[in-house]
Ligand binder design. Sequence first.
Ligand SMILES: C[S@@+](CC[C@H](N)C(=O)[O-])C[C@H]1O[C@@H](n2cnc3c(N)ncnc32)[C@H](O)[C@@H]1O
Length: 268
Amino acid sequence: MRGLEFVLYAREDVHDPRGPAFSLNLNTGPRMDHHAGYDPDAEPRFWFILDVAIAREHALSVAGPPPATVLPEPARELIASAHREALAWWREHDRGQALLAAARAAAWAETGRWLSKGAAAEALIISVDRSLDLLMDLRPIGTVESPLTERSEAPKQGDEGAPDAWLAFDESVAAGLEGIAAGDELLLLTWFDRAARDVLQVHPRGDVSRGMHGVFSTRSPDRPNPIGLHRVRVIAVDGTRVQVADLEALDGTPIVDVKPVLGRIDER
Ligand SMILES: C[S@@+](CC[C@H](N)C(=O)[O-])C[C@H]1O[C@@H](n2cnc3c(N)ncnc32)[C@H](O)[C@@H]1O
């Protein structure tokens, strides 16, 4: 046992807008410094905001009404700033505890519920594990070589006057190019490396008269995952280099994948 934290509040003082103001804060026990506080302004208020918020959800009533009916629900902003102050305090005094407190704050921010620090750390591990599973490992398999170098000079789509270009594939994927020949129609997937990834709304084709549209209803290169989709015709194949007609991707654009355009069902 670490010790006893006994905090006494007058009913009216738990409603203090700066957070609950105690009448007595007594700490004592085998692994706790003895402390008796009578002045709530002499001690950081954030501990008591967190304690009362946790008590509302988890405390057991020994006598009298349930805690949630006696203790006010602190405003979310007040709890958020108490978390921030507690984290700053822990970072200065105990980095291990800071991590546990951060896990509990993260669980609260996500669910609005209070977990013990141990349970919050467990929940964080599980959620990080899940994120790692979802992490996609996308590697370029080649690069576009094109006379186009500026976004402003590129046509919006390949069939709007784009030049011929070379797809320079990495040697490591050479075997995957077998079967591709002049005359083939391909779907080329590129990674628009010069796109903005924080754009969710655009004027389609940059035409302000058309109003704002969600990027997923447009072919804008600026989007969270800037993948370009191009239908191209193969002009020539030279080892790992494939020349295609009408490609509006800029010089240096990474290639993500390439697939054939499908013909009729009975021709596949
Ligand atoms: C409107 S997007 C259409 C691309 C593709 N056909 C599609 O529908 O997904 C084409 C424009 O993307 C821009 N662009 C081309 N290569 C790019 C790159 N590597 N990074 C960012 N933008 C690029 C050029 O401005 C070009 O006009």
